[in-house]
Design a protein around this ligand. Structure first.
Ligand code: ADP
Length: 194
């Protein structure tokens, strides 16, 4: 299986690149943010719970997020692999994912970390806020909180994969196609080394 963790701060371009990667590699895209938003829209119990955290730019508790993610993986028993987008966002999430995948006889192949400077992130998120309809993109204070949550709780997840020799940084500035080509080159290089 080809299991990719697509990593990077809010606004790094994970969702955009994930959509292109799943077509090329025939793997399943699991975006925890998208799944939470679908639950909010559907007014499910999970959606109601997630909404208060998301609106403030805070993380949904690990226990809830991990359970949801595992259920989504289990919905795709025939997948050739996954792109995890927005997950894991904490070290306990990374540990749970590793244990869960190991139990299925597989593992994370590589973490691809999109590298984008903070000023550029804020610019992109505010621009997206104008037409995405996402409450957490429209408010500069919430954006600032998401970036500090990333720096304080999420950035360390890179160390988890780096310690396992699975961490690859990719320049996230340029055109969508340029960045896509960089990601593909890194994946293809990785696949040869398998
Ligand atoms: P972005 O990366 O642009 O901030 P996402 O769509 O990935 O946006 O996530 C939006 C929100 O969903 C996060 O701010 C957080 O509240 C919640 N969320 C998404 N993934 C996770 C996760 N793995 N753990 C906890 N909360 C999450």
């Amino acid at each position: 299986m080809l299991n990719i963790v697509l990593f990077g701060p809010p606004g790094a371009g994970k969702g955009t690149q994930a959509e292109k990667l799943i077509n090329k590699y025939n793997i399943v895209h699991l975006s925890t943010g998208d799944i939470f938003r679908a639950n909010i829209k559907g007014e499910t119990e999970l959606g109601t719970l997630a909404k208060s955290y998301m609106d403030g730019g805070n993380l949904v508790p690990d226990e809830v997020t991990i359970k949801m993610l595992e259920a989504e993986v289990d919905k795709n028993p025939n997948a050739e692999g996954f792109i995890f987008d927005g997950f894991p966002r904490t070290t306990p999430q990374a540990e749970s994912l590793e244990e869960f995948l190991t139990g299925k006889g597989t593992t994370i192949s590589v973490m691809l970390a999109l590298d984008v400077a903070e000023q550029e992130l804020i610019k992109r998120l505010l621009l997206r806020g104008k037409d995405s309809g996402r409450a957490d993109d429209a408010n500069e204070e919430v954006i600032a909180n998401r970036i500090s949550v990333y720096n304080e709780q999420t950035a360390v997840v890179a160390d988890f994969y780096s310690q396992r020799n699975k961490f690859q940084k990719v320049d996230g500035v340029g055109s969508v196609d340029e960045i896509f080509d960089r990601l593909c080159a890194t994946i293809d290089e990785y696949k040869i080394s398998l």
